[in-house]
Design a protein around this ligand. Structure first.
Ligand code: SF4
Ligand code: SF4
Length: 331
């Protein structure tokens, strides 16, 4: 049975972009150096900023992300310090290249998950999106990590380029021995904005029936699946995570957002200034969260309206859910 994962008020999720550099160049890359900076933060700065974000009394979940976070020489020490600071879970989102022999410099007990991006079940499909050779490199990384006892999940970014292959992913994960699968839907951010016709973006008809069928198939193979809800029926309740949950999206230039869809704009609610977390004055993303529109998410309507559809009376046929609202299906 699919279950909607409610936003948690007792947890804090920190998505920490420790650098924006990457050894891949994916077509849908969300990184926008003009907005997010090009610097690699020192381990010392990362620790200082984390201390400001980790909240005693709340479960703090840290997701280390880039760019490619394993390009950071000090990643093992950063993870160890975060644990000492009280982070309840630590995940590293990676393209699977596991640079600087990271797997040999850590133990599986020190990190909860490595989450590897793969956008297809074959080199032909994946490499069209993530670059020549990226499939073989990621699969080799996954196999090595599993062999060494690390917990692994796969993240598949669905777009019009690869939605036809989503159905093949459960069998592929099973063959690899991976039991956790995150499906996300492409956002019009970073490099995707260069796709002026929004041809990557999926409609409701292209997304909803397929993703739930694939998730059930994966669950039947013993795989835990999480995917974004995206489309809400008119009568379903809408909530903006920016108002009810505690999420921080941190970038190397010091910007701290509450909403990932805002990341291409200087709308961040907070900023690190001289290593102190400062709330920014209006107008910023927080003012947008309070706007109520029949289409659901305001930022979706502003920056990626290609997924909206209206009836003859001009009413939206459905609402767009918060991009952070997930469905989960367990084996
Ligand atoms: S999507 Fe991730 S792996 Fe791909 S280029 Fe961007 S940071 Fe690198
Ligand atoms: S994606 Fe939309 S609903 Fe979710 S936090 Fe951002 S503005 Fe709010």
């Amino acid at each position: 049975m699919d279950k909607t994962v409610a936003f948690r008020r007792d947890a804090c999720n920190i998505f920490f972009h420790i650098l924006t550099r990457c050894n891949f160049r994916c077509l849908h890359c969300y990184i926008n150096p003009a907005q997010h900076g090009r610097q690699t933060l020192s381990a010392e700065t990362i620790n200082t900023w984390l201390r400001a974000l980790v909240q005693p009394g709340k479960q703090s979940n840290l997701i280390l992300i880039g760019g490619e976070p394993t390009l950071h020489h000090d990643l093992p020490e950063i993870i160890r310090s975060a644990r000492l600071m009280g982070c309840a879970s630590i995940t590293v989102d990676t393209n699977g290249t596991f640079c600087h022999d990271i797997l040999d410099k850590m133990t599986p007990e020190e990190v909860d998950y490595f989450s590897v991006g793969l956008d297809g079940s074959s080199a032909k499909m994946n490499d069209r999106i993530r670059g020549e050779g990226s499939f073989d490199r990621a699969v080799a990384g996954v196999k090595k990590a599993l062999k060494q006892g690390y917990r692994l999940s796969i993240i598949f970014t669905a777009s019009r380029l690869n939605i036809s292959d989503l159905k093949n992913m459960p069998g592929f994960l099973k063959s690899l021995g991976v039991d956790r699968f995150f499906v996300q839907i492409v956002g019009i951010r970073g490099r995707s904005t260069q796709d002026s016709g929004h041809s990557l973006q999926l409609t409701q008809k292209e997304w909803t029936p397929i993703v739930s069928r694939v998730a059930r198939r994966a669950a039947s193979l013993g795989i835990h699946v999480t995917y974004p809800k995206v489309f809400l029926k008119r009568a379903e309740p809408f909530e903006c995570a920016g108002l009810v949950a505690d999420n921080y999206f941190v970038f190397p230039n010091g910007r701290v957002y509450r909403c990932p869809v805002c990341e291409d704009f200087p709308l961040h609610a907070f900023a690190f200034e001289e290593d102190r977390l400062i709330a920014r004055p209006p107008i910023n993303e927080k003012e947008l969260f309070n706007l109520s529109i029949p289409e659901g998410c305001v930022m979706n309507k502003l920056i990626q309206p290609g997924n909206l559809s209206y009836d003859k009376k001009g009413r939206p046929e459905y609402k767009i859910a918060c991009c952070l609202l997930k469905e989960e299906i367990q084996p």
